[in-house]
Design a protein around this ligand. Structure first.
Ligand code: TRP
Length: 340
């Protein structure tokens, strides 16, 4: 019997721009931990994509490849189960991107809502790097190179998957058969995690993030500083649960949702102070992040191991991506000069 791997294929990635934080954990890492048990999972250290909005700081992009890899391993991504690989070390991805670029229009790229939002956020205005505008095409290459059907991501990435599927349909139509599969997102059950200020999503640049590698005191300080209900001045006042970051986090991290519901009711009635809630959240976060921090510290003393893991993963990924590139070229009947 041939040993054919029939597990569904999963692909995700993270830009290597900084250490990962709790927002990444809730949005995607947690699903990846579950998926690696019975899926064929590829995880990209997306350094090429990171360059699209960090061209003025390539050192940051390069440095963070290992940092993000450390985060993966510390959180429990198991290299025996998941393939961790470096995007820039997979030339097939760049070749697919160049090819796909011809199956998407500039106006379609300009309409991508996430790209639009990011352009505003980064103040690119009229000076949009071409690489940045085209990164959804590169992301389509990422997804399709592994023939992934599933992509666990945050909500903001839905337009990328839609755009990828459009490219897939164009290629398949051109080839006259289904060369590439379409993919669908796996969204986390918990919505997007707000930053500790409650104002926007958690991000390092907004200064409202709790990194996965946060020290004990750093976690406590962040919890202390968390936005609650500014009108809840006395313990006995009724408090507001909606928009109260401590409750949003308890919903995301507390293992006893029934008890959290009771706490919400109590808070709304009045008589429950912020301190009690913050102490509870602090405990939950320390219990989650403590072991991650310890594993990360241990791995950081063994950089050779981490590099070997990523190198081996990149080699495996390279075979898959090259094979897909060949399939797409053959299906379109191009770029085969000199081959029989
Ligand atoms: N765009 C993703 C982010 O900003 C990172 C990423 C790169 C990605 N390639 C991917 C996500 C492929 C899913 C699939 O977080």
């Amino acid at each position: 019997m041939l040993n054919v791997d029939t597990r569904p294929i999963v692909l995700t990635g993270d830009r290597t721009t900084g250490a990962l934080h709790l927002g990444h954990y809730v949005g995607s890492l947690k699903s990846r931990l579950a998926l690696q048990e019975d899926h064929r999972q590829f995880i990209l250290l997306a350094d090429a994509q990171a360059m699209t909005d960090n061209a003025d700081d390539p050192g940051r992009v390069a440095r963070n490849v290992v940092e993000v890899a450390l985060d993966y391993l510390a959180v429990g991504i198991d290299p025996e189960k998941s393939v961790i690989c470096v995007q820039s070390a997979l030339p097939a991805l760049a070749e697919l991107t160049m090819l796909y670029m011809n199956y998407v229009t500039v106006s379609r790229l300009e309409r991508n809502p996430t790209v639009k939002q990011e352009i505003a956020l980064r103040g690119f205005q009229r000076d949009i790097p071409a690489g940045f505008l085209c990164y959804p095409v590169a992301q389509a290459a990422d997804i399709t190179a592994f023939k992934a059907g599933l992509v666990p991501v945050g909500e903001d990435q839905l337009p990328m998957i839609e755009q990828s599927n459009e490219i897939v349909r164009r290629i398949n139509r051109q080839a006259g058969r289904e060369v590439l599969p379409e993919a669908r997102a796996i969204l986390s059950t918990v919505g997007r995690l707000p930053g500790i200020d409650g104002r926007s999503k958690m991000s390092k640049s907004a200064g409202n993030a709790i990194p996965l590698s946060a020290k004990r005191e750093e976690i406590s300080e962040a919890v202390q500083a968390m936005f609650t209900d500014p009108d809840h001045l006395r313990v006995n006042d009724p408090g507001c649960v909606e928009g109260n970051v401590v409750f949003t986090y308890l919903d995301a991290f507390d293992e006893d949702p029934a008890e959290v519901e009771e706490l919400k009711a109590h808070y709304r009635r009045g008589g429950l102070g912020d301190m009690v809630l913050k102490r509870r959240l602090d405990e939950r976060l320390q219990a989650l992040l403590g072991p991650i921090r310890d594993r990360r510290a241990d791995l950081a003393t063994r950089p050779d191991f981490v590099i070997d893991v990523v190198r081996a993963g990149t080699e495996r990924a390279s075979k898959v991506a090259e094979e897909t590139l060949d399939t797409v070229k053959a299906a379109l009947g191009v770029f085969s000069f000199g081959r029989s």
